[in-house]
Design a protein around this ligand. Structure first.
Ligand code: PLP
Length: 444
């Protein structure tokens, strides 16, 4: 049964029972917007235990890159499961970990040789990057950006500047962390006329204020930047901002870390979002989410002449788990074969349809993104351009009732991050549900 057929969605009893149990025992810190209970999933379809079918345009927060349960990924996991489940790559050797590191090292932008350190999550990849930046440079400061999200562990939380609530009552945080401005398409802090100008002003401010008044330039270990901001609103900066940041870093002897946890692994139509920005060659890339199609895996890819820390300085028991590595190798093969290209093509198709929808909907003020990393800016009305987080929530919830899974991001945006296997027909279906949801909340 597709909830799209119903005008009002009623949660089934089986889903309700799971939500009731969950409510008694699961940490209350989780943010559940709408009551999706997943029973099984395949490709871009998800079913709840009462038989409702949903089209998945969030992919477990941009994780199920190859779709749910891709047969090649499942086969690779099963094959590995019959060989061995764990042996800790920190102390022993095995083929899938070395092969995956080789594949990732060769894929990262720039000619310099790379090395890889594995963890289990995005936050862990970021933690590794922060530690390595300080180790390699002998400098303390990390400069990251407003509205960025890097994870929930202490280091990753400290460099995050997405929502103040995420740090509420957790201080003291990591010292020597400073935030700078990131260029915005829509709500630029400098009120610039366009995104290129915004990028330039952010760089100017960094030099004229941050590095002049707040942080000694020769004590900056690294700039940590999302090539496309994820949680902050699916915001694409101009190439000149990223290459300018890189030039500044090289000038002051600092490193550039690209957090590609959300934007990487084919999501934008290239393996790394960094590759969209000509000349941008970060010294380190943090990867996770889509890397192993749903198994927990984080990877820190760094220039070999930067990753020189000696034995014992950094590792993780489960990091580079063989099942996750096997899944990642299968994922990367699928990316090469067709999925990155599919993300590019279906992404363009989606952007066109959504842009057309924006012309008729009074609440869809901007469509932005690359490949299948697409952000929709929801506003109260296009004249005032006032952001409307409640309206955004209403649209997200109505999409769920109509059978489409999406998530919010930024102050008042919706993110579309479907599996990269998505077809143009499913893209059309998603756009028609979004159109219906926008119309329904407008009338309400
Ligand atoms: N970095 C970015 C850009 C992210 O979007 C996220 C998660 O949303 C993280 C890091 C943290 O990843 P994880 O939740 O796997 O720790």
């Amino acid at each position: 049964m597709n909830p799209c057929d119903d005008t009002t969605f009623t949660l089934g009893s089986k889903a309700q029972a799971i939500i009731d149990l969950d409510g008694k025992v699961i940490s209350p810190a989780y943010t559940r917007g709408y009551p999706l209970v997943i029973d099984r999933a395949l490709g871009a379809r998800v079913w709840d235990p009462d038989g409702h079918e949903f089209l998945d345009f969030c992919a477990g927060i941009a994780v199920n890159s190859t779709g749910h349960c891709h047969p090649k990924v499942v086969e690779a996991i099963c094959e590995q499961a019959h060989r061995f489940l764990h042996m800790s790559g920190t102390d022993f050797y095995y083929d899938v970990m070395a092969k995956l590191a080789d594949r990732l090292a060769k894929s990262a932008p720039g000619m310099a040789a790379k090395r890889v350190s594995f963890g289990n999550s995005g936050a862990e990849a970021v933690e590794g990057a922060l530690k390595l930046a300080r180790y390699a440079t002998g400098r303390p400061y990390i400069i990251s950006f407003y509205r960025s999200f890097h994870g929930r562990t202490y280091g990753a939380m400290s460099v995050t500047a997405s929502k103040a609530l995420q740090k509420s009552r957790f201080a003291p945080l990591l010292p020597a962390v400073v935030h700078a401005h990131y260029p915005y398409h829509y709500r630029d802090v400098f009120r610039s006329d366009n995104i290129y100008m915004a990028g330039q002003r952010c760089l100017d401010y960094l030099q004229s204020h941050v590095l002049k008044c707040a942080v000694p330039a020769n004590e900056v270990a690294a700039f940590l930047v999302e090539p496309i901001q994820g949680e902050g609103g699916y915001v694409v900066p101009p190439a000149s901002f990223l290459t300018g940041l890189q030039a500044l870093a090289r000038d002051i002897g600092a490193l550039v870390i690209a957090d590609e946890v959300q934007s990487g692994i084919g999501r934008t139509g290239k393996l790394w979002a960094s590759q969209w920005f000509r000349g941008f060659e970060p010294d380190m890339i943090a990867s996770a989410k889509g890397l192993a199609s749903g198994l927990p895996l984080g990877a820190l890819i760094a220039r070999a002449d930067v990753m020189t820390w000696p034995p014992g300085t950094h590792a993780s028991t489960f990091g580079g788990n063989p099942l996750a590595c096997a899944a990642a190798l299968a994922t990367l093969e699928l990316m090469d074969a067709e999925l990155t290209q599919n993300a590019l093509q279906v992404g363009k198709h989606l952007m066109r349809s959504l842009t057309a929808l924006g012309k008729t909907s009074p609440h869809l003020a901007q469509v932005r993104g690359l490949g299948l990393m697409i952000g929709l800016e929801i506003v109260a009305d296009k004249t005032s351009r006032r952001s409307d987080p409640l309206l955004r929530e209403a649209v997200v919830n109505r999409c769920f009732e109509l059978g489409l899974l999406v998530l919010g991001c930024g102050e008042s945006s919706i993110r579309l991050s479907p599996p990269l296997t998505i077809t143009p027909e499913d893209a059309d279906k998603a756009v028609s549900i979004l159109a219906q949801a926008l119309a329904d909340v407008s009338r309400a």
